[in-house]
Ligand binder design. Structure first.
Ligand code: PEP
Ligand code: MN
Length: 266
């Protein structure tokens, strides 16, 4: 039994009192870009920063991420600001390098059923118990998602945070349909904490604050928000990313709501 069994711990924080915000750009694009995001995240008293170095893009001609160079930028800049880092692994061949440079490994929606990847990540992090941030597939039931998570936990690492990120439905007004019900359902059926990514389902920045408030109010253990210094020139997911000002304002709003729930945003 590890320290993670039976209580909801997210990235070192006790989810019964603290709600972790995983904020950062969709992709790490440059030292300057990541520096501005980290300075903002740290100044708001938050602890975790996200950023993709290997991007699973729908179109092969789209920006694929800076790879190793992106991880190095992330590591250097985040260390300077004493922030913890989360970055996605899209392929088994990159597990070691992401593991070396970041504090948490993200598994994206498109890889939820890549069971051999899940098993290998579980095995490779069995000793360190490094955070594995496990997104729900866009067409997966909660039951399929929880079963898939067991590939990671049963391989030796139960420091897993589940992340709801919206489903593919008939609705086109949003990028994906956020399944907020997944929060109480998962909390009833699993001991693993649940995060809600509010940026990818929104697809548009102006919808993000309402979804973030809904996620917090639903009792989510953590929230993921994409933020970029200049969303209009972002190399991926520009329309849904908050600028630094919008992000700071949203964090203020979430703090007020969290206080009413007896929780703290960290
Ligand atoms: C991301 O978090 O940048 C991402 C690619 O998300 P998802 O796997 O949910 O599409
Ligand atoms: Mn993104």
């Amino acid at each position: 039994m590890s320290e993670y069994s039976g209580k909801r711990v997210v990235g070192g924080f006790d989810a019964s009192k603290q709600v972790v915000v995983f904020a950062g750009p969709c992709a790490i694009e440059s030292e300057e870009q990541f520096e501005q995001v980290c300075a903002c995240v740290a100044s708001l008293g938050l602890h975790w920063v996200r950023g993709g170095a290997f991007k699973p893009r729908t179109n092969p001609h789209s920006f694929q991420g800076l790879g190793l160079r992106g991880l190095q930028i992330m590591n250097r800049v985040a260390n300077k600001h004493r922030l913890l880092t989360l970055s996605e692994v899209i392929d088994a061949e990159h597990i070691d390098v992401v593991d070396e440079y970041s504090d948490g490994l993200q598994i994206g929606a498109r890889n939820m059923t890549n069971y051999s990847l899940l098993k290998t990540i579980g095995e490779k992090t069995a000793q360190t118990k490094k955070l594995v941030f496990f997104k729900r597939g866009m067409a997966a039931t909660v039951s399929e998602w929880l079963s898939a998570a067991e590939y990671i936990t049963s391989s030796g690492n139960d420091n897993v945070v589940l992340c709801e990120r919206g489903l593919r439905t008939f609705e086109t007004a949003t990028r994906y349909t956020l399944d907020i019900s997944a929060v109480p359902v998962v909390q009833k059926q699993s001991v693993l904490p649940i995060c809600v990514d509010v940026s990818h389902p929104a697809g548009q920045a102006d919808l993000v604050p309402a979804l973030a408030c809904a996620a917090l109010a639903s009792g989510a253990d953590a929230i993921m928000i994409e933020v970029h210094p200049h969303p209009q020139t972002a190399l991926s997911d520009g329309p849904q990313q908050l600028n630094l000002e919008q992000f700071a304002s949203l964090i203020g709003r979430l703090r007020t709501l969290a206080a009413a729930m007896g929780k703290e945003i960290v």
